[in-house]
Design a protein around this ligand. Structure first.
Ligand SMILES: Cc1cc2nc3c(=O)[nH]c(=O)nc-3n(C[C@H](O)[C@H](O)[C@H](O)COP(=O)(O)OP(=O)(O)OC[C@H]3O[C@@H](n4cnc5c(N)ncnc54)[C@H](O)[C@@H]3O)c2cc1C
Length: 459
């Protein structure tokens, strides 16, 4: 196993459950990859993911299996505001992925103009479901709803959740629910309404969950179980793979010789997988090497109670690219997760900086970044003064950008890998970057290795 983020940990865990001998190598001096909980001002804050989608089973099931079911906490408040030229406006709760289920409510929310809402209503007149090859989220939204929905609703959502640009991202890979809905309904608006009838928002399970003690608890539970059954090595970088006789591979480790293995799961970001695969499977290496990543920075700020209050009625703020701000999004952390609020009414605010192809801003030094985001927060919310404390975490090439045609690309990579049996890929770079998708990818990679080894021993 190469890579000790959530995908690699899950794949290793599954393989040990099948009774296989597993060695996991992780380049960093800790396990967890993008999952990193830290202490700031006496409370647990997240430098990486702070929650996961609950409507997909993978993360919830894993937490339950690890005895964490009673530790799952839903946010105290849902929904986001968007920063418009006229001020902050609340995005209606049932707009999915920023796509409006009602142009009238988009108008009443103050986010769309009369002209923009009328244009959005054109989706109701769409004659037939979406068909044919993949397209960008940007061109889909422009065609269905017009430029305003793209600029004022969908762009800020993508900047805040994927650090991505609508013009570049694949509808099928980065917004699979919308793609499916558009392919089975002639109108997205009608499709969203029908989905809502079958599970109205607020009546189902909470959409996101976190773990009371921090997301790192999930990593620690998995690591503890794994360390009992497998050889887990941190500060160990895998440099390259090499074929070694019939069916086995050598994993060359920096400064530590090589491991001979029957099979290997590469659960690293795609650009590292590209280097590892270069010698054994150049075609797959080329394919994974083409997957782009965006750099993001998270900045957690602690404000005294005298600084003011965050806007009521939502858990955060999204900022459209058209506002030309350093901030891409922020979440009112202590309001969203009151169990993590610092004492004495102090506020915790988590800010996100970084959008694909505007990496320059992520290269600013910590002090400049904190100055800029606090200034912009003041402008948006009225929160005054300097924060008492700030924690800046830089995530270089962290969020995969699924370009148009990404899923076909992943199919091609998987076909190329069939020529080197015993090597599987897992991780955020391929079929979903949220934690549930990563966990699912770890399961799938482990299963493909088990199938391969069973076949070999049957021969
Ligand atoms: C700031 C931020 C916020 C996020 N928020 C959310 C959220 O709220 N909800 C959600 O669901 N998702 C969120 N995500 C996405 C999610 O956290 C990641 O997609 C997921 O954690 C990736 O897991 P992974 O195991 O695939 O990869 P990683 O976590 O990147 O792990 C890969 C590991 O491989 C190691 N490695 C790389 N190369 C080598 C090598 N050659 N040899 C050995 N080891 C190597 C790396 O050191 C790393 O530890 C967020 C991501 C970021 C960056």
């Amino acid at each position: 196993m190469i890579g000790g983020g959530i995908s690699g940990l899950v794949a290793a865990d599954r393989l040990t459950q099948e009774g296989l001998r597993v060695t996991l190598v992780e380049a960093d001096d800790r396990l967890g990859g993008k999952i990193l909980s830290e202490s700031l001002d006496g409370v647990t804050v997240e430098a990486g993911p702070d929650s996961f989608l609950a409507r997909e089973p993978w993360a919830v099931d894993l937490c339950t299996e690890l005895g964490l079911a009673d530790e799952l906490v839903a946010p105290a408040i849902f929904g986001a505001h968007v920063w418009t030229p006229a001020g902050l406006r609340k995005i209606p709760a049932d707009f999915t992925f920023g796509m409006p289920s009602s142009p009238i409510r988009a108008l009443r929310s103050g986010i769309l103009s009369v002209k923009g809402a009328s244009r959005a209503a054109a989706d109701l007149l769409s004659p037939r479901p979406l068909s044919g090859v993949d397209l960008s989220i940007g061109s889909f939204v422009k065609r269905r709803f017009g430029q305003e929905v793209l600029d004022r609703l969908v762009d800020p959502l993508l900047a805040g959740t994927r650090a991505g640009r609508a013009e570049d991202l694949s509808l099928a890979a980065a917004a699979p629910q919308i793609d499916a809905l558009a392919r089975s309904n002639r109108s997205v608006i009608l499709g969203l309404r029908s989905a809502r009838r079958h599970g109205a928002p607020g009546t189902g399970p909470p959409p996101f969950l976190t773990i009371r003690g921090g997301m790192q608890v999930l990593v620690e539970r998995l690591a503890t179980r794994l360390r009992d059954r497998a050889d887990v090595r941190t500060s160990t970088l895998a440099e390259r793979l090499q074929r070694s006789g019939e069916g086995s591979h050598l994993v060359h480790l920096r400064g530590q010789g090589a491991l001979r293995v029957d099979a290997v799961v590469i659960a690293t970001p795609a650009y590292s997988a590209a280097t590892l695969l270069e010698e054994v499977n150049p075609e797959a290496a080329r394919g994974v090497g083409e997957i782009e990543y965006a750099t993001v920075v998270t900045i957690t700020l602690v404000y005294p109670s005298s600084a003011g209050a965050v806007p009521a009625g939502g858990s955060g703020l999204l900022i459209p690219s058209s506002q030309s701000k350093t901030l891409a999004a922020c979440s009112w952390y202590s309001t969203k997760w009151p169990h993590r609020a610092p004492g004495e009414g102090r506020l915790l605010i988590r800010c996100f900086v970084g959008r694909a192809s505007t990496d320059a801003v992520t290269q600013l030094d910590d002090r400049e970044l904190v100055n800029r985001v606090t200034r912009e927060l003041g402008e948006a919310t009225g929160i005054q003064g300097a924060p008492d404390d700030a924690r800046v975490t830089r995530w270089e090439r962290a969020l995969p950008q699924y370009a148009v045609g990404h899923l076909d690309q992943v199919d091609r990579i998987e076909r190329a890998l069939e020529r080197t049996p015993g090597i599987a890929l897992a991780g955020a770079g391929y079929r979903g970057s949220g934690l549930p998708d990563c966990i699912k990818s770890g399961h799938a990679a482990a299963q493909s290795i088990v199938t391969r080894l069973d076949l070999r021993s049957a021969q």
